[in-house]
Every structure is written in C-alpha cells, then in structure tokens.
Design a binder for this molecule. Structure first.
Ligand code: ZN
Length: 358
C-alpha cells in the first residue's frame, strides 16, 4: 500500500506547512512521517531503467540518449475509458515529448514485481516512447513472442532472470527489428493462405473512408455468390472538389518474410467513370533509431495516381509490388482512390496482398 501511505505522508506534510506548529512538534511529526514511510517498500526511480536501456544499447553499438524521456509514476492511468498499467508516448499531447507513465494502482502490482519483471515492462514502454514501435503479435517457431512489443502474453515475463540469452535477443530486437532474422519466425499465424497475407472481407472494419470536403460517398458491401466483398466510392452528384476520395487501411508490423515481393492486387469495376478515374497506392514506413529516439518515416510510395483508370471497368485488375520487403517495416498503408474530377461509382473487389517469397 505504498500508494495510500505516500498520500497520507503528503497530506500530513501539507497540514504541517499550513499551521503554526511549534518547531519541536514539527520535528517529531516529520520523524513519525519518515518512520511510517520507511515501512513501505520504496518505488525504484524509473531513471534506473532508462539508464540501463542506454547501457544495453551501448553494448550493441548504439549511442542513445534517453535523458529527455520523461518517466513518471501515476496513481492510475486511463486511456479511452480503460485502465492501463503503463503507457509510452512518442509524442505526448503533440508536444514532441517522449513520456512513459507507470501506474502504481494495486491491480497492476508494480510494487510486487521483481526488478527483471519491471525491466520487461518498462523496456516495452521504451519501445513505444523512444523507438516509435507499436504492438507486434508475431511469434517465433517455439511459440514465444517475437518481440517485447507483444501485448497478448504476460509482458512482465517475456524473459526471466535466468534467461540471459533470451534477454539479449529481446533487447536487440527492440532496437533493431532485423535481429529477428536470426530466429525461426512463425509465418503461419495471421495469413489467409500460403501466398495471400491479407484479403479484404466485410468483417475487416479497419478500413477508413476519407472525403475531406464531404464530396464523396463510400460504402462496404458483401455480394453473395460472387465472392465479392467490395469497397465502393462515388462522387456525390453536383459536388465539386479538388481532393480525391480515398479509402485506406493501415497494417502494423506485417509478419512477411524478409526480401519477399509483396503485391497489392485489386479488381475494379464500374459502369462508367468519367474524368481522371480510379487508382491504388501503397505507402511503407520504418522508424530508424537516432541518438534522441526513432523517427518514423515513409521509405516507399507506390501509386497508380499518375495513370488512373477510367471509363467502363470490367474486372480490371490493378497491382503494385513492394520489391524485396524489409522486416524493418513498421507499417504499411493501402489506399483506394477516386481522383478529383472523376464522376461515377467504382467498386474495388478481391483486395489482397500476395506474397512471393524470395
Ligand atoms: Zn504496449
């Protein structure tokens, strides 16, 4: 109950400051307060783990400076209405600050964790706050998490005190995702089949429709019998806009083999498009680490927007290929577009990512 005791202590401290208590009484009161505080296990200064991570990075040849990472204890953390035991911000409230929050709420049990358990958890938050990483649920062939950024296993115990080799791997992988290439990676989970990594179905609700000026209408529909789960878009008649309409889908940490060719393939149909037409794009991002932390940047942009298709589209197949995929990729974004000035409705079907291993 460090929590309640430290609150009592500060309440007492406030009381002393506000009243005119003789000096001697004040001394004895603060003595009692200190005694009481000594009974509770002290929370470690979180700087210990920041310094330790710097040292681990140094051992691997990285000169990282985490002095600007703010690390704080909070009585409780709530995000989107859900309690959380820790949070790592790479850009706290848009201020550019990298910040880690650790909850001392009893449910989180931070007080009862061992040093190595706290390290597991804190290094995971460094992954978010300093290395710009998101959760990665990929697994190794033995079923263990591929990364400390796993969120579905007990993230206090991804490696344990006696597992020095595992610890070495997980910290290396945190800094450089390519460290996983020396491991046996399980590619079975999350794939549609051997070559199709992703296929759109109406159950996938993570496609986002954007139409900045409200000029377009978008819809998702399932057509029985034709296997045609589709995404559609049309310019609302009478609307005028300089912007294209778009659907986009972000895929984090795609668990795709290194150096594979990854193709976005889409079948388009339209009764009639007039004007520039429809297009597809892919953007790929990575987050190379620098001295003051990782910077997320786009490293690849593929698009057919220079050459959109128009007119009557009868199962027209469009594709774009990421050549020699790199597992340093933190996320990719798929785009379906209707170019500005295009009238009519287009539907995108058989939206899939096909992987051809090297
Ligand atoms: Zn996390």
């Amino acid at each position: 109950m460090v929590n309640s005791k430290s609150q009592k202590y500060s309440a007492l401290f406030c009381y002393i400051n506000q009243s005119r208590i003789p000096f001697l009484l004040l001394l004895s009161l603060s003595f009692i307060a200190c005694q009481e505080d000594n009974e509770a296990p002290a929370l470690p200064d979180l700087r210990i783990y920041l310094d330790r991570f710097e040292e681990e990075a140094r051992l691997r040849g990285y000169d990282l400076d985490l002095s600007n990472v703010e690390a704080v204890y909070l009585d409780e953390i709530e995000r989107d209405g859900e309690p959380s035991c820790g949070w790592g911000y790479s850009n706290y409230e848009g201020s550019g600050l990298r910040r880690i929050e650790i909850s001392t709420a009893e449910d989180c049990g931070w007080q009862e964790l061992s040093d190595i358990e706290r390290e597991n958890f804190f290094f995971h938050e460094i992954g978010h706050a300093f290395l710009n990483r998101s959760h990665d649920e990929s697994r190794l062939c033995d079923g263990s998490p591929l990364s400390l950024m796993n969120s579905t296993t007990n993230i206090w115990r991804i490696y344990q005190e006696s597992e020095e080799e595992k610890r070495t791997y997980y910290i290396s992988e945190l800094i450089d995702r390519l460290a996983a290439l020396d491991q046996c990676i399980d590619y079975e989970e999350g794939w549609v089949n051997d070559s199709v990594f992703y296929q759109f179905t109406t159950e996938d609700d993570r496609w986002v429709f954007t139409s900045r000026e409200g000029a377009y209408a978008g819809s998702v529909s399932s057509v029985d019998g034709s296997g045609g789960d589709r995404i559609s878009m049309r310019l609302i008649p009478g609307s005028i806009t300089e912007e294209s309409g778009r659907w986009l889908r972000r895929i984090n940490n795609p668990n795709i083999p290194e150096r594979a060719d990854v193709t976005l393939r889409v079948t388009m149909n339209s009764e009639q498009l007039t004007g520039p037409g429809a297009a597809i794009s892919i953007r790929a991002f990575h987050a190379p680490v620098g001295e003051r932390g990782a910077q997320t940047e786009e490293y690849l942009f593929l698009t057919t927007t220079e050459n959109p298709v128009s007119g009557k589209l009868d199962n027209y197949v469009e594709e774009l290929t990421i050549p020699r995929y790199s597992r340093s990729t933190t996320y990719i974004v798929l785009f379906l577009r209707l170019m500005a000035g295009t009238e009519g409705e287009v539907s995108f079907e058989n939206i899939e990512l096909v992987v051809q291993e090297e």
